[in-house]
Ligand binder design. Sequence first.
Ligand SMILES: NC(=O)C1=CN([C@@H]2O[C@H](COP(=O)(O)OP(=O)(O)OC[C@H]3O[C@@H](n4cnc5c(N)ncnc54)[C@H](OP(=O)(O)O)[C@@H]3O)[C@@H](O)[C@H]2O)C=CC1
Ligand SMILES: N[C@@H](CC=O)C(=O)O
Ligand code: NA
Length: 369
Amino acid sequence: MPTPKDVYIAVIGAGGVGKCFLSQLEFLSKRLAANSSSPRLSLVLISRSKKILYSPQYAPLPFDNISTKLADSTQQPLPLTKTIEFLAAAPSKVILVDNTSSQDIADQYPNVLSRGISIVTPNKKAFSGSYQLWQDIFAAAASSGAGVYHESSVGAGLPVISTLKDLVDTGDSVTRIEGVFSGTMSFLFNSFAPTEGSGGKWSAEVAKAKELGYTEPDPRDDLNGLDVARKLTILARLVGLQVESPTSFPVQSLIPKELESVASGDEFLQRLPEFDAQMEETKISAEKEGKVVRFVGSIDVEKNVVKVGLEKFDRSHAIASLKGSDNIISFYTKRYGANPLIVQGAGAGGEVTAMGVTGDLLRVLQRIS
Ligand SMILES: NC(=O)C1=CN([C@@H]2O[C@H](COP(=O)(O)OP(=O)(O)OC[C@H]3O[C@@H](n4cnc5c(N)ncnc54)[C@H](OP(=O)(O)O)[C@@H]3O)[C@@H](O)[C@H]2O)C=CC1
Ligand SMILES: N[C@@H](CC=O)C(=O)O
Ligand code: NA
């Protein structure tokens, strides 16, 4: 029999972020179990595209070798609607952790939340899809009392969304947000066009970024600028701008014209070396001015202008001298004046992204238990 302290956890997606999340969840549930007044976490469902592992009676699934057990599971996959039914029927509170980049799952958030199931996720699709979906999500959460948290949807585990919410909720007036919002783009330009030395080949750096787990499941979603556009859409909405979609403002794509219609991400990566000369030209043109090129985004709140694309920077500029997959996000506000509040650090990677998801899980626990 469940006790009021039991909280059931369902995890969809066990890739780069999902696997790291599971090990952090194991750590957290052990830590909470050591304190008798803390909620007791039970993992009751885990799934991937074509695999599922769940306990029909909501008995906790043991954590040991959970990814292997999922891969070997012979349980019949449940359609998403059945998964939601299963969770809604649980005899205790439930938190759904969406570690996918699926739009289909994101579209179900209003339904999930209206059934009283809380959500934590690094998936940007729900919060940067149509403005109607954004409104439906927060309306469903408000009426059911379920929590919805998505810190890792911008700047991975960096405290970007929580910082912006604190600024807004304490009455500061945010006038401008700008910086480097993509771990992949940061890594690519820091290694392809470093402030010192000559840098690697563009296509080879793209392949490395994918291997390191920085890119979206399909790296074209990073290179076409859409990933950054999604993050800016989320931040713009949080400061009150009614941005309709991530394609409703100027976004520069780095996908060569000739590769725009290739069928798969793998074919795209295979053919990318044919177009290295194009990016090389962009780099050389900046070098001729003594500068380096970087992929940045900005939101001018007062003018309601959002844009994403390449810009040239002096080598001494903070954006030019970032390292690895670091993001840098500057919040200009009335309270902070001429010196912005700056958040900086790793903006991609399984562990740091999962940390933002696990931190959000803690926030939901504080709220519902
Ligand atoms: N990687 C990073 O640094 C960051 C990632 N994020 C976000 O985190 C999320 C996960 O990224 P990442 O772990 O790198 O991606 P991966 O491609 O490594 O993992 C995605 C996982 O989701 C599963 N999946 C996809 N579609 C479905 C579906 N319809 N039903 C069930 N499972 C599904 C995949 O299963 P299968 O393998 O079986 O197909 C896989 O286990 C994305 O939304 C991404 O934007 C956010 C910040 C940083
Ligand atoms: N692909 C994204 C992952 C985090 O959102 C990035 O590189 O920033
Ligand atoms: Na974040």
